[in-house]
Design a protein around this ligand. Structure first.
Ligand code: SF4
Length: 432
């Protein structure tokens, strides 16, 4: 976890006016961030034959142990190669050490098919070139194991950027497809249950072939080329989108698949690219859409009229705010996001209610002042802010749970709403 001191920003975010693009307050001040290593917690569960070797310090190892140990059942598919003082002081050849660690690991574990060398603050400080190390080790261990690298360093990142960096490495290494025949690539780590549901829906719509990035197994990685159309399943994948664009793939612009409305619009983007008959589309989505709407109705009764405040943390803030506001009647006090990638969020921004107040970046003290003054019913924030705000009587939701929990798609719409009703119900019970 890191706190960064940047320029001080100004005070209150301006409101959007009816029909106009929201004006955005850009703040550059002290901010709370959580490093990209965290992504390993959900990525290692998705990619069943991948191993993540963090090249870092004891701090990195502790972060991973506590994040993974507390929040999920840890499996031995990530580890930290600890840079000791001798490495940091340049007295030992860190590359030789790394090669030895990797050789030992791969000799013991023949289930590993892709190995990620994950850079950290310490490996970057000593300028250990992990891309060269990955190339060298790949040459040695291919075709059995592909070795890739990315940075999970915590300097000026949000915790979801680790996934973006990891998927960029995968997308860059994916084979080239020369066919012009259209295929769909869903980009972003989604839970297996969500992947299975989407596969069924695409199949019923006649959209395909469909692949997912990341794939569950390294061997299932899709070829990328001019026929590739891709849908983003997460809003924080700017870099991987850049890699895919460079390789000739085309993004299908869409809102993100959160809630009944977002999921329908997301599926429709693919259906339109495949010229699916509108009647067929309606027929395929009618059942799951009705289930999602029903699941949301009971939660709406609890959330309607509640006021939410988002601190910038996961980069999921804008789509989740759109879902809460449009499908659950929540009013938005302020929606903070670490970065606003307009190209990917254009559809989402259009769907925000008039008057929505957005902020990009952070000056945490000023934002805390605004939050305290507004006394929201629910505050979405990072782990570092949640406890102090709870102690002040505010109800919080950890934004990291939005990444750990399966929330995309129709069948998960109720669970997504539940993430927000649960803390409110708990607070109301405590108040009795
Ligand atoms: S990568 Fe940096 S911020 Fe993350 S745990 Fe290691 S030292 Fe801390």
């Amino acid at each position: 976890m890191t706190t960064l001191e940047l320029e001080r920003g100004c005070a209150t975010p301006p409101a959007a006016t009816d029909g106009a693009e929201p004006t955005i307050l850009r703040e550059r001040g002290q901010r709370e961030v959580f490093c990209g290593l965290t992504g390993i917690v959900w990525l290692h569960r998705k990619m069943q034959d991948a191993f993540f070797l963090i090249v870092g310090s004891r701090t990195c190892a502790h972060l991973m142990q506590s994040a993974a140990g507390v929040m999920i059942f840890a499996e031995p598919r990530f580890a930290t190669a600890i840079l000791e003082e001798r490495d940091l002081a340049g007295l030992a050849d860190a590359n030789e050490e790394l090669d030895r660690v990797v050789d030992r690991l791969l000799a013991r574990r023949n289930d590993i098919k892709v190995l990620f060398l994950v850079g950290s603050c310490p490996s970057e400080v000593i300028k250990l070139d992990l891309s060269r190390a990955a190339e060298r080790l790949s040459t040695r261990h291919m075709p059995t194991v592909r070795v890739l690298n990315y940075s999970g360093s915590g300097i000026e990142t949000t915790f979801t950027q680790g996934e973006d960096a990891c998927l960029s490495a995968l997308a860059g290494a994916a084979p080239t497809s020369t066919t012009k025949d259209a295929s769909l690539l869903v980009v972003g780590a989604v839970a297996d249950v969500v992947e299975d549901q989407f596969r069924r829906l695409f199949s019923d719509l006649g959209v395909g072939p469909v692949d997912f990035l990341p794939s569950r197994k390294a061997a299932e990685v899709a070829g990328i080329g001019p026929g590739t159309r891709y849908l983003l399943a997460q809003p924080y994948l700017r870099d991987v989108a850049g890699v895919l664009d460079e390789r000739g793939a085309q993004r299908l612009p869409a809102p993100f698949p959160f809630g009944a409305e977002g999921t329908t619009a997301w599926l429709k983007a693919a259906a339109d690219a495949w010229n699916v008959d509108p009647a067929r589309f309606d027929d395929v989505v009618a059942g799951p859409h009705a289930r999602a709407t029903k699941a949301l109705a009971s939660r709406r009764a609890l959330l309607d009229g509640k006021r939410a405040f988002f601190f910038p943390d996961s980069q999921l803030e804008i789509p989740i705010a759109r879902f809460l506001s449009r499908e659950l009647g929540v009013s938005l006090i302020e929606v903070g996001t670490p970065y606003l990638h307009r190209a990917h969020l254009e559809e989402e921004l259009r769907m925000l209610p008039a008057g929505a107040k957005l902020s990009e970046g952070q000056d945490v003290d000023l934002q805390l002042e605004r939050c305290r003054a507004a006394r929201p019913d629910i505050t979405v924030c990072g782990l570092g802010l949640a406890n102090p705000l709870e102690a002040e009587g505010l109800t919080t939701k950890w934004s990291i749970e939005l990444v750990f929990t399966p929330i995309q798609g129709y069948e998960q719409a109720g669970d997504l709403a539940e993430l927000f009703t649960r803390p409110i119900v708990r607070r109301e019970r405590l108040a009795v």
